[in-house]
Design a protein around this ligand. Sequence first.
Ligand code: PBG
Length: 329
Amino acid sequence: MSKMSFPALRMRRLRRTAAIRDMVAEVKLSASDLVYPLFVREGRQIRNEVESMPGIYQLSPDCLLPVVEQVVKAGIRAVLFFGIPAVKDERGSGAYDEEGIVQRTVRMVKREFPDLVVITDVCLCEYTSHGHCGLVEAGQVLNDPSLELLARTAVSHARAGADIVAPSDMMDGRVGAIRKALDQEGYADTAIMAYSAKYASAFYGPFREAAGSAPQFGDRSSYQMDPRASITQAIQEGELDIAEGADIVMVKPALAYLDVVARFKEKFLCPVAAYNVSGEYAMVKAAAARGWLDERRVVMELMYGLKRAGCDLIITYHAPEVARWLKDI
Ligand code: PBG
Protein backbone atom coordinates (compact mmCIF):
# COMPACT_ATOMS: atom_id res chain seq x y z
CA MET A 1 0.00 0.00 0.00
CA SER A 2 1.40 3.35 -0.95
CA LYS A 3 1.68 5.87 1.80
CA MET A 4 -0.74 8.76 1.61
CA SER A 5 0.84 12.12 1.54
CA PHE A 6 -0.02 15.76 0.99
CA PRO A 7 -2.09 16.99 -0.78
CA ALA A 8 -4.23 13.80 -0.79
CA LEU A 9 -3.77 13.61 2.95
CA ARG A 10 -4.64 16.73 4.90
CA MET A 11 -4.58 16.27 8.68
CA ARG A 12 -6.52 19.49 9.18
CA ARG A 13 -9.70 18.01 7.62
CA LEU A 14 -10.50 16.21 10.85
CA ARG A 15 -9.67 19.26 12.96
CA ARG A 16 -12.03 21.61 11.16
CA THR A 17 -14.95 21.78 13.57
CA ALA A 18 -15.43 21.13 17.28
CA ALA A 19 -17.88 18.31 16.51
CA ILE A 20 -15.44 16.53 14.18
CA ARG A 21 -12.65 16.94 16.73
CA ASP A 22 -14.88 15.39 19.38
CA MET A 23 -15.70 12.48 17.06
CA VAL A 24 -12.10 11.56 16.42
CA ALA A 25 -10.74 12.28 19.89
CA GLU A 26 -9.91 8.68 20.65
CA VAL A 27 -8.45 9.11 24.10
CA LYS A 28 -11.31 8.88 26.57
CA LEU A 29 -11.36 9.93 30.18
CA SER A 30 -14.25 9.36 32.55
CA ALA A 31 -14.87 9.96 36.22
CA SER A 32 -14.74 6.20 36.85
CA ASP A 33 -11.05 6.24 35.88
CA LEU A 34 -10.27 8.42 38.89
CA VAL A 35 -9.31 7.62 42.46
CA TYR A 36 -9.26 10.36 45.11
CA PRO A 37 -6.76 10.13 48.00
CA LEU A 38 -7.96 11.27 51.45
CA PHE A 39 -6.01 11.81 54.68
CA VAL A 40 -7.83 10.84 57.87
CA ARG A 41 -6.44 12.02 61.14
CA GLU A 42 -7.16 10.87 64.66
CA GLY A 43 -9.04 13.54 66.63
CA ARG A 44 -12.19 15.67 66.42
CA GLN A 45 -13.12 18.76 64.46
CA ILE A 46 -9.86 18.71 62.53
CA ARG A 47 -9.77 20.22 59.07
CA ASN A 48 -6.12 21.15 58.49
CA GLU A 49 -5.30 22.30 55.03
CA VAL A 50 -1.95 20.93 53.84
CA GLU A 51 0.11 24.03 53.17
CA SER A 52 1.85 22.70 50.10
CA MET A 53 -1.33 21.12 48.71
CA PRO A 54 -4.05 23.80 48.52
CA GLY A 55 -7.51 22.20 48.65
CA ILE A 56 -6.27 19.03 50.38
CA TYR A 57 -7.03 18.53 54.06
CA GLN A 58 -6.18 16.29 56.96
CA LEU A 59 -9.65 15.44 58.25
CA SER A 60 -10.78 13.88 61.49
CA PRO A 61 -13.42 11.15 61.03
CA ASP A 62 -16.25 13.47 62.16
CA CYS A 63 -15.33 15.94 59.39
CA LEU A 64 -14.82 13.30 56.70
CA LEU A 65 -18.33 12.22 55.71
CA PRO A 66 -19.43 15.59 54.25
CA VAL A 67 -16.28 15.62 52.14
CA VAL A 68 -16.87 12.07 50.91
CA GLU A 69 -20.44 13.03 50.08
CA GLN A 70 -19.23 15.93 47.92
CA VAL A 71 -16.72 13.68 46.20
CA VAL A 72 -19.38 11.07 45.44
CA LYS A 73 -21.72 13.79 44.17
CA ALA A 74 -18.99 14.99 41.81
CA GLY A 75 -19.04 11.50 40.26
CA ILE A 76 -15.99 9.91 41.88
CA ARG A 77 -16.37 6.14 42.37
CA ALA A 78 -13.24 5.34 44.39
CA VAL A 79 -11.23 6.81 47.26
CA LEU A 80 -7.85 5.87 48.70
CA PHE A 81 -7.40 6.32 52.46
CA PHE A 82 -4.25 7.23 54.32
CA GLY A 83 -4.30 7.27 58.13
CA ILE A 84 -2.56 9.59 60.54
CA PRO A 85 -2.58 7.99 64.01
CA ALA A 86 -2.42 9.80 67.36
CA VAL A 87 0.67 7.88 68.44
CA LYS A 88 3.47 6.18 66.56
CA ASP A 89 5.74 3.42 67.77
CA GLU A 90 8.68 1.32 66.61
CA ARG A 91 6.50 -1.43 65.16
CA GLY A 92 3.81 0.79 63.64
CA SER A 93 1.12 -0.93 65.65
CA GLY A 94 -1.49 1.66 64.68
CA ALA A 95 -1.38 0.27 61.15
CA TYR A 96 -2.87 -3.10 62.11
CA ASP A 97 -4.99 -2.06 65.10
CA GLU A 98 -8.59 -3.20 64.54
CA GLU A 99 -9.65 0.11 66.11
CA GLY A 100 -7.06 2.10 64.16
CA ILE A 101 -7.87 5.27 62.29
CA VAL A 102 -8.18 3.66 58.84
CA GLN A 103 -10.11 0.65 60.12
CA ARG A 104 -12.71 2.85 61.88
CA THR A 105 -12.90 5.19 58.91
CA VAL A 106 -13.47 2.38 56.42
CA ARG A 107 -16.29 0.93 58.54
CA MET A 108 -17.92 4.35 58.82
CA VAL A 109 -17.59 5.24 55.14
CA LYS A 110 -18.78 1.81 53.95
CA ARG A 111 -21.84 2.11 56.19
CA GLU A 112 -22.80 5.43 54.61
CA PHE A 113 -21.59 4.79 51.05
CA PRO A 114 -21.71 1.04 50.40
CA ASP A 115 -21.18 1.47 46.64
CA LEU A 116 -18.11 3.66 46.92
CA VAL A 117 -14.96 1.67 46.13
CA VAL A 118 -12.78 1.97 49.21
CA ILE A 119 -9.07 1.47 48.70
CA THR A 120 -6.61 1.60 51.59
CA ASP A 121 -2.93 2.36 51.51
CA VAL A 122 -1.10 -0.48 53.25
CA CYS A 123 2.15 0.75 54.74
CA LEU A 124 3.84 1.27 58.06
CA CYS A 125 5.53 4.63 57.52
CA GLU A 126 2.68 6.78 58.86
CA TYR A 127 2.59 4.63 61.99
CA THR A 128 6.26 4.07 62.84
CA SER A 129 8.23 6.44 65.08
CA HIS A 130 11.18 6.16 62.66
CA GLY A 131 8.98 6.87 59.63
CA HIS A 132 10.17 3.91 57.55
CA CYS A 133 7.85 1.57 55.68
CA GLY A 134 9.08 -1.56 57.48
CA LEU A 135 10.62 -2.70 60.74
CA VAL A 136 13.97 -1.17 61.59
CA GLU A 137 16.88 -2.82 63.37
CA ALA A 138 20.34 -1.32 63.74
CA GLY A 139 19.55 1.32 61.16
CA GLN A 140 18.40 -1.25 58.57
CA VAL A 141 14.90 -1.62 57.17
CA LEU A 142 14.16 -5.33 57.52
CA ASN A 143 12.34 -7.07 54.71
CA ASP A 144 10.94 -10.45 55.78
CA PRO A 145 9.94 -9.52 59.35
CA SER A 146 7.97 -6.58 57.93
CA LEU A 147 5.83 -8.83 55.74
CA GLU A 148 3.78 -10.25 58.56
CA LEU A 149 2.88 -6.76 59.82
CA LEU A 150 1.93 -5.59 56.34
CA ALA A 151 -0.22 -8.68 55.87
CA ARG A 152 -1.92 -8.07 59.23
CA THR A 153 -2.56 -4.47 58.17
CA ALA A 154 -4.14 -5.56 54.90
CA VAL A 155 -6.33 -8.17 56.60
CA SER A 156 -7.55 -5.62 59.16
CA HIS A 157 -8.47 -3.24 56.32
CA ALA A 158 -10.32 -6.03 54.49
CA ARG A 159 -12.14 -6.94 57.68
CA ALA A 160 -13.22 -3.31 58.04
CA GLY A 161 -14.67 -3.49 54.53
CA ALA A 162 -11.98 -2.25 52.15
CA ASP A 163 -12.62 -3.36 48.57
CA ILE A 164 -9.01 -3.02 47.50
CA VAL A 165 -5.79 -2.89 49.52
CA ALA A 166 -2.81 -1.04 48.10
CA PRO A 167 0.60 -1.94 49.51
CA SER A 168 2.99 1.00 49.06
CA ASP A 169 5.90 -0.18 51.20
CA MET A 170 8.06 -1.79 48.46
CA MET A 171 9.24 -4.71 50.60
CA ASP A 172 10.01 -7.76 48.47
CA GLY A 173 7.33 -10.42 48.66
CA ARG A 174 4.67 -8.27 50.26
CA VAL A 175 2.02 -8.88 47.62
CA GLY A 176 2.36 -12.64 48.06
CA ALA A 177 2.28 -12.36 51.85
CA ILE A 178 -0.82 -10.16 51.70
CA ARG A 179 -2.64 -12.38 49.17
CA LYS A 180 -1.96 -15.46 51.28
CA ALA A 181 -3.13 -13.81 54.49
CA LEU A 182 -6.27 -12.40 52.86
CA ASP A 183 -7.18 -15.81 51.44
CA GLN A 184 -6.55 -17.56 54.76
CA GLU A 185 -8.77 -15.12 56.61
CA GLY A 186 -11.64 -15.46 54.15
CA TYR A 187 -11.02 -12.35 52.03
CA ALA A 188 -10.38 -14.03 48.70
CA ASP A 189 -12.47 -11.32 47.01
CA THR A 190 -10.48 -8.39 48.34
CA ALA A 191 -8.34 -7.07 45.48
CA ILE A 192 -4.74 -5.91 45.61
CA MET A 193 -3.56 -2.81 43.81
CA ALA A 194 0.21 -3.01 44.10
CA TYR A 195 2.43 0.02 44.05
CA SER A 196 4.71 -1.96 41.73
CA ALA A 197 7.04 0.57 40.13
CA LYS A 198 7.34 3.01 43.01
CA TYR A 199 10.34 5.27 42.75
CA ALA A 200 12.28 6.98 45.53
CA SER A 201 10.99 10.32 44.33
CA ALA A 202 11.40 13.92 45.40
CA PHE A 203 7.84 14.44 44.18
CA TYR A 204 6.53 12.94 47.45
CA GLY A 205 7.71 16.01 49.39
CA PRO A 206 4.28 17.52 50.09
CA PHE A 207 2.80 14.10 50.96
CA ARG A 208 5.17 13.78 53.87
CA GLU A 209 3.72 16.99 55.28
CA ALA A 210 0.19 15.73 54.55
CA ALA A 211 0.71 12.33 56.18
CA GLY A 212 3.40 13.26 58.70
CA SER A 213 5.51 10.39 57.42
CA ALA A 214 9.01 11.69 56.69
CA PRO A 215 11.71 9.16 57.59
CA GLN A 216 13.53 10.22 60.77
CA PHE A 217 16.87 8.99 59.42
CA GLY A 218 18.13 8.17 55.97
CA ASP A 219 15.79 7.89 53.02
CA ARG A 220 13.77 5.23 51.22
CA SER A 221 16.27 4.36 48.53
CA SER A 222 17.03 0.91 49.96
CA TYR A 223 13.48 -0.19 49.15
CA GLN A 224 11.93 2.19 46.60
CA MET A 225 13.22 2.16 43.02
CA ASP A 226 16.05 4.32 41.79
CA PRO A 227 14.74 6.97 39.36
CA ARG A 228 17.73 6.09 37.18
CA ALA A 229 16.86 2.39 37.05
CA SER A 230 16.26 0.79 33.68
CA ILE A 231 12.79 0.00 32.38
CA THR A 232 13.54 -3.72 32.77
CA GLN A 233 13.75 -3.27 36.51
CA ALA A 234 10.27 -1.74 36.50
CA ILE A 235 8.99 -4.66 34.45
CA GLN A 236 10.55 -7.12 36.90
CA GLU A 237 8.75 -5.37 39.74
CA GLY A 238 5.45 -5.60 37.87
CA GLU A 239 5.98 -9.25 36.95
CA LEU A 240 6.81 -10.19 40.54
CA ASP A 241 3.71 -8.45 41.87
CA ILE A 242 1.43 -10.06 39.30
CA ALA A 243 2.94 -13.48 39.97
CA GLU A 244 2.32 -12.92 43.69
CA GLY A 245 -1.33 -11.99 43.14
CA ALA A 246 -1.62 -8.30 42.27
CA ASP A 247 -4.90 -7.50 40.50
CA ILE A 248 -3.83 -4.00 39.47
CA VAL A 249 -0.29 -2.71 39.04
CA MET A 250 0.61 0.90 39.72
CA VAL A 251 3.32 3.27 38.59
CA LYS A 252 4.29 6.10 40.90
CA PRO A 253 4.92 9.00 40.40
CA ALA A 254 3.08 9.48 37.12
CA LEU A 255 4.47 12.28 34.99
CA ALA A 256 8.16 11.47 34.88
CA TYR A 257 7.36 7.75 34.40
CA LEU A 258 4.93 7.67 31.49
CA ASP A 259 7.26 5.33 29.63
CA VAL A 260 6.81 2.85 32.47
CA VAL A 261 3.02 3.19 32.24
CA ALA A 262 3.17 2.53 28.49
CA ARG A 263 5.36 -0.54 28.93
CA PHE A 264 3.20 -1.92 31.73
CA LYS A 265 0.11 -1.55 29.57
CA GLU A 266 1.81 -3.28 26.67
CA LYS A 267 3.24 -6.14 28.75
CA PHE A 268 0.61 -6.92 31.34
CA LEU A 269 -2.96 -8.10 31.00
CA CYS A 270 -4.19 -6.54 34.23
CA PRO A 271 -5.33 -2.91 34.66
CA VAL A 272 -2.61 -0.31 35.08
CA ALA A 273 -2.86 2.62 37.49
CA ALA A 274 -0.67 5.68 37.89
CA TYR A 275 -0.38 7.85 40.97
CA ASN A 276 -0.26 11.54 40.09
CA VAL A 277 1.51 12.38 43.35
CA SER A 278 1.54 15.26 45.81
CA GLY A 279 4.47 17.13 44.25
CA GLU A 280 2.89 16.93 40.82
CA TYR A 281 -0.30 18.42 42.25
CA ALA A 282 1.62 21.10 44.17
CA MET A 283 3.50 22.27 41.05
CA VAL A 284 0.27 22.84 39.14
CA LYS A 285 -1.45 24.54 42.08
CA ALA A 286 1.50 26.82 42.76
CA ALA A 287 1.80 27.95 39.15
CA ALA A 288 -1.96 28.35 38.77
CA ALA A 289 -2.17 30.48 41.93
CA ARG A 290 0.28 32.89 40.32
CA GLY A 291 -1.70 32.98 37.13
CA TRP A 292 1.14 31.32 35.25
CA LEU A 293 -0.91 28.38 34.03
CA ASP A 294 -4.53 27.80 33.12
CA GLU A 295 -5.20 25.18 35.76
CA ARG A 296 -8.18 23.47 34.17
CA ARG A 297 -6.53 23.10 30.78
CA VAL A 298 -3.22 21.96 32.25
CA VAL A 299 -4.80 19.37 34.51
CA MET A 300 -6.99 17.97 31.73
CA GLU A 301 -3.98 17.80 29.42
CA LEU A 302 -2.09 15.81 32.05
CA MET A 303 -5.06 13.46 32.54
CA TYR A 304 -5.32 12.79 28.81
CA GLY A 305 -1.56 12.28 28.64
CA LEU A 306 -1.85 9.64 31.33
CA LYS A 307 -4.73 7.94 29.54
CA ARG A 308 -2.88 7.97 26.22
CA ALA A 309 0.17 6.43 27.89
CA GLY A 310 -2.05 3.53 28.95
CA CYS A 311 -3.49 4.28 32.38
CA ASP A 312 -6.73 2.55 33.20
CA LEU A 313 -6.85 4.29 36.56
CA ILE A 314 -5.49 7.62 37.71
CA ILE A 315 -5.01 8.35 41.39
CA THR A 316 -5.04 12.11 41.66
CA TYR A 317 -5.69 14.91 44.13
CA HIS A 318 -7.37 16.72 41.24
CA ALA A 319 -10.05 13.99 40.97
CA PRO A 320 -13.15 15.92 42.13
CA GLU A 321 -12.28 18.95 40.00
CA VAL A 322 -11.62 16.74 36.97
CA ALA A 323 -14.94 14.96 37.50
CA ARG A 324 -16.70 18.33 37.60
CA TRP A 325 -14.85 19.58 34.54
CA LEU A 326 -15.85 16.43 32.66
CA LYS A 327 -19.46 17.41 33.35
CA ASP A 328 -18.55 20.97 32.41
CA ILE A 329 -19.57 22.46 35.75
C1 PBG B 1 3.85 5.83 51.86
C2 PBG B 1 3.36 6.53 50.68
C3 PBG B 1 3.92 7.67 50.10
C4 PBG B 1 3.04 8.09 49.11
C5 PBG B 1 1.98 7.18 49.06
N1 PBG B 1 2.21 6.20 50.03
C6 PBG B 1 5.13 8.42 50.46
C7 PBG B 1 6.44 7.79 50.43
O1 PBG B 1 6.65 6.70 49.93
O2 PBG B 1 7.35 8.44 50.94
C8 PBG B 1 3.20 9.31 48.27
C9 PBG B 1 1.97 9.94 47.75
C10 PBG B 1 2.13 11.33 47.23
O3 PBG B 1 3.23 11.92 47.19
O4 PBG B 1 1.10 11.89 46.84
N2 PBG B 1 4.23 4.60 51.79
